[in-house]
Ligand binder design. Structure first.
Ligand code: 13P
Length: 252
């Protein structure tokens, strides 16, 4: 059966010292609870090795990056490759976040390269999809996510696709305080799963974790996670405070 997962995406927040402290708090908090889900923190590149060093139980707290380069190595000043990320001890990498698509021009083509490199280096991609407000208002959200999933991932073998975690993040809900309702989330998660089933069959689709992201908080997480096709959350703002993040982790 597919995994339930709560993953934090710290984005471009916290200094190294603040980030290490936050990771220590989460690591500590997890010692006293038995979460019914996998817990992951995705942190800035600069923090990866130091955060990895303070994680006492990697079975309970996974570590990820927020991006990686679409090249293995070479003259790409300022970029960080998948092998570099893996060498810090990280096991996950967020790819195709809407902020990367929007502000850094990431396309399905570069994302396919990033996904391939992540998998080659033993990293689990957390692959983000989601529509902008105008697309939702024009009732194009189903078409948009179908295109993002198929262009970004359907070149993979069923075996490799099975290693990917999906995150549906409606862009209009990110950092806005406007959450998709649980019914809206369920409707599109079920659609994403059926799209996967059409390509790879029911077993692969049933085993794919699809997380919801966008203003997920301790107060709305339980309702979202109660939906059959919502397998957890990718958490931005609320992942920056240990108590809020743990409130979401324990919503399962
Ligand atoms: P917020 O939880 O801050 O809305 O961000 C969601 C997100 O983009 C996670 O990747």
């Amino acid at each position: 059966m597919r995994k339930k997962i709560v993953a934090g995406n710290w984005k471009m927040n916290t200094t190294l010292q603040e980030g290490v402290k936050l990771a220590e708090e989460v690591d500590n908090a997890l010692k006293t609870v038995e979460p019914k889900c996998d817990v992951i923190v995705c942190v800035p590149f600069t923090h990866l090795a130091s955060v990895n060093a303070v994680i006492t139980n990697p079975q309970k707290l996974g570590l990820g990056a927020e991006n990686c380069a679409n090249h293995k190595s070479g003259a790409y000043t300022g970029e960080v490759s998948a092998p570099m990320v893996a060498s810090t001890g990280a096991k996950y990498v967020i790819l195709g976040h809407s902020e990367r698509r929007q502000y850094y021009g990431e396309t399905s083509e570069t994302l396919r390269e990033k996904v391939a490199l992540a998998l080659e280096n033993g990293l689990t991609p957390i692959f983000c999809i989601g529509e902008v407000l105008e697309e939702r208002e024009a009732n194009k959200h189903f078409e948009v996510v179908k295109t993002q999933v198929s262009e970004g991932l359907f070149n993979l073998s069923a075996d490799d696709f099975g290693k990917v975690i999906l995150a549906y993040e409606p862009v209009w809900a990110i950092g806005t305080g406007k959450t998709a309702t649980a019914d809206q989330a369920e409707e599109i998660h079920a659609f994403i799963r059926s799209t996967i089933a059409e390509k790879y069959g029911n077993e692969v689709a049933d085993n794919t974790s699809i997380l919801y992201g966008g203003s997920c908080k301790p107060t709305n997480a339980a309702e979202l996670f109660a939906k059959p096709d919502v397998d957890g959350g990718l958490i931005g703002g609320a992942a920056l405070k240990c108590a809020d993040f743990m409130g979401i982790v324990t919503a399962f």
